[in-house]
Design a protein around this ligand. Sequence first.
Ligand code: T4K
Length: 369
Amino acid sequence: MKNKQILVTRSSMPTFDEYIDEIEEIWDSHWLTNMGIKHKTLEKELKEYLQVPNITLFTNGHLALECILKAMKLRGEVITTPFTFASTTHAIVRCGLTPVFCDINDTDYTMDVSKIEDLITDRTCAIVPVHVYGNVCDVYEIERIAKKYNLKVIYDAAHTFGEKIDGIGIGNFGDASMFSFHATKVFNTIEGGAVTYKDTCLNKILYDIKNFGITGPETVEYAGGNAKMNEFQAAMGICNLKHVDDEILKRKRVVDKYRKRLEGMDGIKLLSIKTNVQYNYAYFPVVFDGEKYDRDEIFEALKANNVIPRKYFYPLVNDFKCYKEKYSSKDTPVAKYISERVLTLPLYADLELKTVNEICDIILKTKHN
Ligand code: T4K
């Protein structure tokens, strides 16, 4: 840590030679984008890996979410969480929908399902929960509520690549799920994303909507956008998919080390583990109580030692400049509390356990007496 910065994460990559081998064909064919052979191959491989009935690839997770919201032709209010990355709410707003913020629970920081029904009005059309940090939402209760009120459920599954609940791939819950394959994610295609979904009828509209609404050689049916994953992205995905299981195991090693050092410490709260979930170890969030340990002090102490954790997700979305006139974070007190105390610690496959130990030493040393 003396000479090199330890950042919150570091992209997983194949070897240089593996990538070169994979992109050779692209050079030969001169086919760079627009649903080429690498795109088709990756789509097929991911469908199998995620064990989902349908999948469509996109150039990034954010546009994937916008496209599925558009494809479902939703109108009105969408119940969602403010404890997330800007993308979730922005996608809702950019599709002309109105976000309604539901608070989170204080055990895994996903949507507090006991508060959803109170927020439903005759304008509510959908719920967009987030499997934040790779913590899965209470999918069964959300499904019950959605059925009762006839609402669509679109999960922001940006953090949950490859996870399973009760042995079922996470992309099978709700009507659809959006995955992010950004460079910072457990599985990356440099930038990239996908939507998985139940209704096969969405196949065509999702394909067309990411390609300008072009439906035939001389037909453009609606104002689609451009959200196509290119061949170099797909090639990176094909390479990374071969290693992702190993990468997840290596991440688990890091997480186990953190837990061993920090679990049970007074003033430090770690996530609880659900036994029916197969995790991907995407993030390692730690909540400091603000008395024995102060989040901002720890952030500075780590920074002074060349370690750069992140305050994911602070500020809360309903405190963003672009939303705070219309919303108040006081309405989501648990989310506010967690967002003011949480720090996500460095986590990536090749993070050395020695470094994890040093990070924990720095944290534990900042305790107030
Ligand atoms: N929904 C949720 C819940 C999300 O978290 C996200 C994205 C989305 C939707 C949207 O999905 P995408 O459209 O992005 O596919 C990062 C990522 O850019 C973003 O994808 C991610 N969430 C968010 C949580 O984190 P920043 O602004 O923190 O990124 P940045 O550039 O500060 O990078 C963080 C660290 O990652 C760096 O310190 C080092 C490492 N890194 C970064 C890059 C760009 C690498 O190792 N390699 C890289 O190429 O947003």
